[in-house]
Design a protein around this ligand. Sequence first.
Ligand SMILES: *[C@@H]1O[C@H](CO)[C@@H](O)[C@H](O)[C@H]1NC(C)=O
Ligand SMILES: *[C@@H]1O[C@H](CO)[C@@H](O)[C@H](O)[C@H]1NC(C)=O
Length: 210
Amino acid sequence: MALVIPKHALLFFTIAMAAAGMARASDPDILSDFILPPNTTSNLAINGTYFTYSGLRPVIEIGSIPAFTAIKATAAEFPALSGQSVSFAALLYPSGSVNPPHTHPRSAELLFLASGYLEVGFVDTTNKLYTQTLQAGDMFVFPKGLLHYQYCSSSRGPAIAISAFGSASAGTVSVPGGVFTSGIDVGILAKSFKTDAATIEKLKAGLAPK
Ligand SMILES: *[C@@H]1O[C@H](CO)[C@@H](O)[C@H](O)[C@H]1NC(C)=O
Ligand SMILES: *[C@@H]1O[C@H](CO)[C@@H](O)[C@H](O)[C@H]1NC(C)=O
């Protein structure tokens, strides 16, 4: 007698395999020591300069900055990171500045506070909020894909942090940007937030580039 696999069992199996794949997801492994720059066919054409990035030098001698600033060192700015599953961002917070709620779809974020104090928080998939006030020398991990923010209090600023990511391109989805300035229909947003179109327009106006 032929083996009959019920349809729903196959469906369950497919979903389970997909879920296992997602749980493993990170940057794909490369089959070479590193990724060469575009149009380069051999490592004879490169040297240590390719593996060096000096774009974070300003962080060391930073004066005062007017607004929250993130200086990234991801595969986009530093191509040698391609395929290496690592990247950095330097985060500079003047007093009273916020890095608004956002997520990184492809990596956890490990933040090291190099100077000052920083209020941080993230929200898990049950909408539970986890917060902490960090002091210089502390680390905080924002789990992969979860909504999070940082705030530098006006009484205890400024602050400087360095964040490490387990992806060469962790990606950032900003809540204010993604929700209010991406072009989603105002009526849909009003319904989603159980408010009126005028309130949504006011939020959009506040986020428009000045
Ligand atoms: C690579 O080569 C193509 C065509 O040969 C050229 O159009 C392109 O500009 C080159 N890219 C770089 C980064 O040199
Ligand atoms: C590495 O190569 C670059 C050109 O791509 C060159 O300017 C630089 O001097 C070289 N550095 C060393 C240490 O050889």
